[in-house]
Design a protein around this ligand. Structure first.
Ligand code: ADP
Length: 397
């Protein structure tokens, strides 16, 4: 009987989930927001209760202290010694980390060094790791990388057609993201399909605010839509996804606003996608409401979003020279049946099909008709559970 905590630290936030392992039972979860700002908020959810408090939390170490205090205050744990493991999500694992790893001084130093590849995320992830090491130094501490699952990609897929030295000197290549999610839903899909993962060609579609599509051949990621950074791929909530890169120097030459890299990056990452096209919202629920009311820009945003998804799915059929199943997951993939129907509607020639009676809100498992050549599934993702499982695995190693 032990408790394991999964941590997802952002620059000013810390999301956590506490598990009873090995039963994999969620005991509590929570979110600390506005770390380093005034009026930070810590929310804890357990037993159908939700408790929030507002206080000033100056850094991640203090956030971890507050979280542990909350756990004992609400009687979720009686003693800190009940927590035997912590798993930290880390965004960039570069080429070093092909799987999850136990935290050592060296591993922590590498995570910090990899901040070059994820300047917004890795320093926050490292702050979370340091905070736990300081407060609970004796527990098993593990890092789980968003990129690890994609390290199986062949060089043909991960290299960009740039001169070699930019790969060698600057490590510019495709790393991908959402790896834990793609790996988890691929494994769950194999169970639902009743076939060994090793024998399946799957396309996993993680469609949330961020969107990434992965070709999973025999359980290995062979290509994925996110690239050097999570900006690449289909259109997203506020991100462009793939565009002609020549637009960037063109804008920098023509518009004073884009003198520096930060301004361009802000445009591409935060002001584009569904938000940029609709002019209203990055949230798919608002876009669907706009489509319903006949709003032109929302309808265009919706249609572009669907178009880009279909194209990626088509590409990955070609990458694997076949496909057995398409899996929808994450906020939009799990909940927006309209999006699933629209995507599949344009892929019927390739053998994809959907059963409207199965493709309803709350659907899970297979949503294609019996005779569909390619199966279509909805599998809710669970990145925190993957983290907790990896902690268990490494504890026993
Ligand atoms: P993140 O990438 O930030 O983790 P999520 O996976 O939570 O995001 O996905 C957020 C997206 O899911 C938003 O666009 C939201 O509108 C969409 N979404 C959530 N619930 C629904 C729903 N019932 N119908 C349509 N879209 C939904």
């Amino acid at each position: 009987m032990s408790k394991t905590i999964a941590i997802n630290a952002g620059s000013s936030s810390l999301k956590w989930q506490l598990y009873q392992m090995p039963e994999e039972r969620v005991l509590a979860k929570g979110l600390i927001e506005r770390i380093g700002l005034k009026d930070s908020v810590s929310t804890v959810k357990f037993d159908d209760r939700s408790e929030s408090q507002t206080l000033d939390i100056k850094d991640h170490t203090q956030a971890v202290k507050i979280l542990l205090e909350d756990l004992s205050r609400f009687g979720i744990i009686t003693d800190f010694s009940e927590i035997t493991g912590v798993g930290h999500r880390v965004v960039a694992g570069g080429e070093y980390f092909k799987e999850s790893a136990l935290v050592t001084d060296e591993v922590l130093a590498q995570v910090e060094e990899l901040a070059l590849l994820a300047p917004l995320h890795n320093p926050a992830n490292a702050a979370g790791i340091r905070a736990f090491r300081e407060i609970l130094p004796d527990i098993t501490s593990v890092v789980v990388f968003d990129t690890a699952f994609h390290t199986s990609m062949p060089e043909v897929a991960y290299r960009y057609p740039l001169p070699k030295k930019y790969y060698e000197d600057f490590k510019i290549r495709k790393y991908g993201a959402h790896g834990t999610s793609h790996q988890y839903v691929a494994g769950e899909a194999a169970k639902v399909l009743g076939k060994p993962l090793e024998e399946l060609k799957l396309i996993t579609a993680h469609i949330g605010n961020g969107v990434s599509i992965t070709a999973v051949d025999g359980g290995r990621s062979v290509d994925t839509s996110m690239g050097f950074t999570p900006l690449a791929g289909p259109m997203m909530g506020t991100r462009t996804g793939d565009i002609d890169p020549a637009i960037i120097p063109y804008l920098m030459d023509r518009d004073e606003t884009f003198k520096d890299a930060a301004a361009i990056s802000n445009l591409l990452n935060r002001q584009s996608g569904l938000l940029g096209i609709s002019g209203q919202s990055s949230d798919m629920r608002d876009i669907l409401a706009g489509v319903e009311s006949g709003d032109h820009d929302s309808t265009l945003a919706y249609e572009m979003f669907i178009d880009r998804l279909r194209k990626y799915i088509g590409q990955y059929v070609a990458v694997m020279n076949g496909v057995d199943a398409l899996i929808f997951t994450a906020g939009i993939g799990e909940n927006a049946s309209d999006v699933r129907a629209s995507v599949v509607e344009g892929l019927t020639w390739l053998g994809f099909d959907i059963d409207p009676d199965k493709n309803v809100f709350g659907a899970e498992g297979i949503i294609s008709p019996e005779d569909s050549r390619v199966k279509v599934l909805v599998i809710p993702t669970d990145e925190e559970l993957v983290i907790a499982r990896d902690v268990e695995k490494l504890k026993q190693a």
